[in-house]
Design a protein around this ligand. Structure first.
Ligand SMILES: Cc1ncc(COP(=O)(O)O)c(C=O)c1O
Length: 461
């Protein structure tokens, strides 16, 4: 028996929910997973918490499922790490990559027919009516962010950058300087990089008399900071529209329009790093569309090639001269396989109505997470946009003290029930593929609800 599908266009990703998740090992991870991971871990160092807390060894993926080497089949609520937005091995994307793997794999930054088609398609789908149309293609989110930094410097002749507390922008020298640093990625920020707070409605720094978040106060702070903290050389403010790593933290609705106006007034470029939030993840091509705000520079990655490493840095066409100055030449950026993967992903989103599917799923997730919040005292806050979610766990709703232990235990509990997902301290982060149907989404929510309930009781809540 197959599940009822809400959209026949995504029938390829349909699953038999009576048989899933399918857990055949007595305990998880299973014996083959354990043995293989132990062998690999002798050589591979620095695994993420996602793996360390549940060291399973995956062998294949199809749509919304992942299968491990012991034959256990999991429902995927992570899309890898926000990457396989269209599900694993989307047939259209896989075919496109395979075709170019046999035709033309690399020819530096020469134009190819597939690159031309991708660039034109991208210019057509991005908001702004063709305004966002000066582009370069790269092979990781980090390299696209670096290109954006070079562009902002070339355009303004200034060298300073503002970015935000708890944002994440990648792991190169400048990208780490845009985020929280520690002894391992220090010893200090690159010169000219400064962090400022951004509005988090659940944990506001500045509030109005009625207790709601005061976005104007943040803008006032930036205003003061560019004079007092920086040296009058701020080229751009770089920020994630919705913070991913920090736990799906959404800004208040009035923040980006106000920030846009402030940037215009101060002649500071607005650089939206949409590596994580773009290409359907939140039910729009760009998350910035939720606030009707057009950035000057935007970076795309992760779901852009649905698993194939392809990213882009896109700027407003008025910056075409400056972008010319920063070379687009890289070894892999914009290779034919990459362009084919990205174009096929965009076409699949259009053909299968996946932006609309993500919007439909948002309603289901919203309802289920609100019910969980009403039921479980350890949930302090829930937030959803499209298929990007966060559930913040607290020891006490009044003090909002983060509950990391609960986060870890819930992650492991749900994984052992067959849900592959992402841990993040006290915030449960979720990013299911947008090809999921409502029945599968409900099943995943059941597993999460059950896991939160069990762990809450065990922790005495
Ligand atoms: C917002 C954002 N920017 C940049 C990056 C870096 O991308 P990559 O890991 O592809 O270099 C990430 C990765 O998680 C990200 O979330």
């Amino acid at each position: 028996m197959t599940t009822t599908i809400s959209n026949p266009d995504i029938a390829w990703a349909d699953v038999d929910l009576t048989k899933l998740p399918k857990l055949v090992s007595k305990e998880l991870p299973g014996p083959k997973s354990k043995a293989m991971h132990e062998r690999a871990a002798k050589l591979m160092k620095g695994y993420s918490g996602q793996v360390k807390l549940f060291p399973v060894c995956f062998e294949k993926g199809h749509g919304v499922t992942l299968t491990d080497v012991d034959g256990n089949v999991y429902l995927d609520f992570s899309s890898g790490i926000y990457v396989t937005t269209l599900g694993h091995c989307h047939p259209k994307v896989s075919e496109a990559v395979a075709k170019y793997a046999k035709t033309l794999m690399n020819c530096h930054d020469f134009t190819t027919p597939i690159k031309m088609k991708l660039l034109e398609k991208l210019a057509a789908i991005l908001p702004g009516g063709g305004e966002l149309s000066a582009m370069q293609l790269y092979d990781s989110g980090t390299t696209a962010v670096e290109a954006g930094i070079r562009l902002c410097r070339a355009q303004t002749g200034k060298f300073e950058f503002l970015s935000c507390y708890r944002d994440f922008h990648g792991k190169s020298g400048h990208a780490v300087s845009l985020a929280r640093m520690n002894a391992a990625n220090g010893p200090g920020r690159s010169p000219g990089f400064y962090l400022v707070p951004r509005p988090d409605p659940y944990r506001p720094l500045w509030t109005k008399a009625d207790g709601t978040i005061d976005t104007d106060a943040y803008i006032r702070f930036y205003d003061e900071f560019i004079v007092e903290g920086a040296t009058g050389q701020v080229a751009a403010i770089v920020l994630e529209p919705i913070q991913g790593w920090a736990g799906s933290v959404f800004p208040p609705d009035d923040f980006f329009p106000k920030l846009r106006a402030w940037c215009d007034k101060k002649k500071i470029m607005l650089f939206a790093d949409e590596v994580l939030t773009s290409m359907g993840r939140t039910g729009k091509w760009l998350a910035m569309e939720h606030w009707d705000t057009l950035p000057d520079v935007v970076t795309l990655g992760k779901g852009f090639g649905n698993g194939f490493p392809v990213t882009a840095m896109v700027a407003r066409k008025e910056y075409a001269e400056a972008i010319e100055k920063i070379s687009a030449s890289t070894s892999y950026g914009g290779n034919p396989m990459a362009c084919a993967a990205a174009l096929a992903s965009i076409e699949a989103i259009e053909e299968e109505g996946l932006l609309e599917n993500a919007q439909r799923l948002e309603k289901l997730f919203e309802k289920r997470l609100a019910a969980m919040k009403a039921e479980h005292k350890i949930i302090g806050d829930v937030r959803v946009k499209g298929c990007l979610m966060g559930v913040e766990l607290v020891k006490d709703r009044k003090t909002k003290e983060p509950f990391d232990k609960a986060g870890t235990l819930i992650y492991q509990r749900a994984f052992s029930k067959g849900l592959a997902w992402i841990p993040a301290g006290h915030i449960l982060r979720m990013s299911p593929p947008i090809v999921m149907n409502e029945a599968v989404a409900s099943k995943c929510m059941d597993i999460i609800d059950e896991s939160i309930g069990e762990v809450s009781r065990e922790l005495g809540y």
